[in-house]
Write a protein that binds this ligand. Structure first.
Ligand SMILES: [Zn+2]
Length: 722
């Protein structure tokens, strides 16, 4: 904005203001001339909570004349702007929406909407009104999540910033959303995969670079220590399972699941339109009850401080799931650790972390009741802790934060996510526990960022606790699905296809979407683990069938001898721990393996790192490449066939065939079988359970490492090399 940062700015401003007032526009209509490059102006629309932050940043980083168009001094700010005294006007969303008529006609050079993703609904009144903002201004939208729930959100943002650039909503859906969603399914056909890959690569390489500037935390990665995000699947206790099961077999739930079946009264109508009507209220009631049960059984009991409606709702629920006269009392139930599988795990974590007094732990929960319960458990185990919830005065918060940061004997900070999820600086902590993860991962990320931010000097480990097999696991699976969408939409990343389900497709809901899945309890099957393993295994099988093995060492006559020695290398006596390391070394650091073992000792059945799940998948890439090749070959053959029909030019075929000197590779089935045998014979897999571990490790290897492993397998059976 042509600032120099000294008195020249002031002089220039003074001249500008007086010149403005000499213009006929101003004299006659009190109107500003349109903004131009000599004197650009800017309107910023931000959430009201950060208007102050914006103002402060301008003070820190530049020499701008800034006015905040909020509160009672609004009129004066607008007047100052009209007099040419301001470069920048900052306002809140609500004020902007209300005063859009006043702001609209002013001469803005650029308009910036902060947190622009809240315009995600193209039909909302706010989105529509923002579309009327001075169309000659250049528009910028800032957001951390351009794709949160669906690709449509990306369209809405693009369409606001550059009206029309992304076509109509219908075109976007047909050309972008649908192919990408189809291609993401585990049951996608080759054709669908190829299509999706083409669409995402056009999106990422052609469209987005013109309109979209992306900055990730990777930029400041070097300045921050490491963060690991471990998702811990905590088994529910017997009591939790019992109650959970009773709830999902209730009549209400059955009615919801069978809503589209014919009614049993003989009316030939659907149940939901006849004798068994239901509404979203029932759905939410049961979903929230299931989430509560997954966290602590006491949460569904009527509690002393409940409102009358809450008491009524809870009484209704407990009558349903506890036999008459056996409903526990909230007071005693909340103290009962057997009602909380997650606490059983967390307790062991804390005991372990306590051994090193430098460990400091943040524990976040959304529920105030849970906060009280954890508070009680922790004090019973003689932990010294600080606590922050909504009832705490603003004035008391900073001292509590300081005590936690500075007092070495206080190792735990118990925080309500709603009260302390933003704003706090808790960089003395190196462990973060998200006790009851939010359905929206952005909230949990904000909580993690209390510790993982500038000023943090230690590595931060985050643990998200999930009730294994429960609705929480399903919610998490959908989060993975959405995170994968983001990677596909932003980076054209080839993701592993874990899930069959397709968003917004009633006919193909798979394991992710639809009511049936919400009301399932996977008691022992570890659904997420299974989905991940299944995808890894499918990829391994494909790789064993189709990928070429290549040894890094020169191919030569000593091939055979090498194969003998590599056989010794994998002799049956090889310690399985060492083998793990061979397979896992570069993907997973040693400490991670110990961690896995420790978690198993704690009774955790399964855990994984969220990052690992979202890595681009090289085998999937290869599969798509192969499918593209196959498609090209098919169309070439078609063309050839045509030529052949015309000219009967068979001669070219014969000569072409003659040029193949090397032997054709063995048929895929043969190769698969031989390599599978080699896996066992070489001791890379020693029992059926290990194949999943191998598949996971194999998937995370580099291309050349994969080729080398395959070469070793092929060398064991040298028949088809000769
Ligand atoms: Zn009926």
């Amino acid at each position: 904005m042509k600032k120099r940062g000294d008195s020249r700015d002031v002089d220039r401003r003074r001249k500008y203001v007086s010149r403005l007032q000499d213009l006929p526009d101003w004299k006659e209509r009190r109107q500003l001339p349109p903004a131009n490059h000599a004197w650009p102006t800017c309107l910023i629309i931000a959430p009201s909570s950060v208007v102050g932050n914006w103002e402060r940043e301008f003070e820190t980083w530049g020499y701008f004349e800034v006015g905040s168009y909020v509160g009672p001094q609004r009129k004066r700010v607008l007047n100052d702007f009209k007099l040419g005294r301001l470069d920048v006007v900052i306002t809140s969303r609500t004020t902007a929406a209300r005063d859009i008529e006043l702001l609209n006609y002013l001469p803005w050079s650029i308009i910036i909407v902060d947190e622009v993703h809240y315009l995600k609904n193209p039909k909302s009144r706010t989105t529509e009104s923002y579309h009327t903002l001075n169309p000659s201004a250049v528009r910028f939208g800032l957001t951390g999540t351009a794709i949160q729930n669906s690709y449509t959100e990306l369209w809405t943002i693009l369409d606001w910033c550059y009206p029309g650039c992304a076509g109509t909503p219908r075109q976007w859906k047909g050309y972008v959303t649908r192919p990408l969603l189809l291609g993401q399914s585990a049951s996608a056909s080759d054709e669908e995969k190829v299509q999706a890959q083409m669409v995402s690569s056009i999106l990422v390489n052609k469209l987005l670079p013109r309109y979209f500037l992306r900055r990730t935390k990777d930029l400041i990665k070097q300045q921050l220590p490491q963060k690991t995000d471990e998702v811990v699947f905590c088994p529910l206790t017997m009591k939790q399972i019992e109650v959970y099961r009773r709830l999902i077999s209730s009549d209400d739930v059955k009615n919801m699941i069978c809503r589209d079946e014919r009614c049993d009264c003989g009316s030939r109508k659907k149940r939901k339109e006849c004798c068994y009507p239901w509404d979203k209220g029932v759905l939410f009631k049961y979903m929230s009850a299931l989430i509560k049960i997954s966290n602590h059984l006491a949460l569904i009991l009527p509690a002393p401080r409940d409102t009358p409606e809450q008491t009524m709702r809870n009484r209704e629920l407990t009558d349903l799931v506890f036999p008459k006269g056996e409903t526990p009392v909230y007071g005693t139930a909340s103290l009962e650790p057997k009602f909380c599988g997650k606490w059983m795990i967390l307790k062991k974590f804390l005991a372990e972390w306590r051994l090193d007094p430098s460990n400091k732990v943040l524990i976040f929960t959304k529920s105030v009741k849970l906060l009280d319960i954890l508070d009680f458990y922790l004090r019973k185990e003689h932990y010294k802790l600080e606590r922050l919830d909504g009832s705490m005065n603003q004035a008391d918060r900073m001292p509590a934060v300081d005590r936690f940061n500075n007092n070495p004997s206080i190792n735990i900070f118990l925080i309500s996510t709603t009260a302390g999820g933003t704003g706090l600086n808790l960089t003395s902590a190196n462990k973060v526990v998200i006790f009851d993860p939010n359905w929206n991962p952005a909230h949990d990320l904000q909580a993690m960022d209390r510790a993982y931010r500038f000023g943090q000097t230690r590595d931060v480990s985050v643990y998200r606790l999930l009730g294994a097999g429960s609705i929480e696991e399903l919610i998490y699976a959908r989060q993975i699905y959405k995170q994968q969408q983001m990677r596909i939409g932003y980076e054209a990343s080839v993701q592993t296809r874990y899930f069959e389900g397709i968003q917004d497709d009633k006919a193909r809901q798979g394991e992710l979407f639809g009511l049936e899945n919400i009301f399932k309890l996977h008691e022992d099957s570890l659904a997420t683990k299974m989905a991940i393993e299944k995808a890894d295994l499918a990829n391994l099988a494909w790789a064993l069938q189709n990928m070429e093995g290549k040894s890094n060492k020169r191919k030569g006559p000593d091939n055979k001898r090498k194969s003998a020695s590599s056989q010794q290398e994998y002799d049956v006596d090889v310690d399985i721990g060492g083998l793990d390391e061979f397979l896992l070394d570069d993907a997973l650091p040693k400490e991670r393996i110990d961690m896995q073992k420790a978690l198993k000792d704690y009774g955790v059945k399964y855990t994984h790192r969220n990052d690992d799940i979202l890595k681009p998948n090289r085998i999937e890439e290869k599969r798509i490449q192969a499918a593209v090749k196959e498609r090209k070959r098919a169309s070439r053959h078609k063309a050839k066939d045509k030529v052949k029909d015309k000219d009967l030019d068979e001669g070219t075929w014969v000569t072409k065939l003659k040029r193949h000197h090397h032997k054709a590779p063995p048929r895929p089935e043969v190769r698969l079988q031989s390599r599978q045998e080699a896996l066992v014979e070489l001791g890379m897999i020693r029992n059926p359970a290990e194949i999943s571990t191998f598949a996971k490790a194999f998937a995370s290897k580099s291309e050349s490492e994969q080729a080398e492993i395959l070469a070793k397998l092929d060398a064991w059976r040298p028949e088809y090399d000769e």
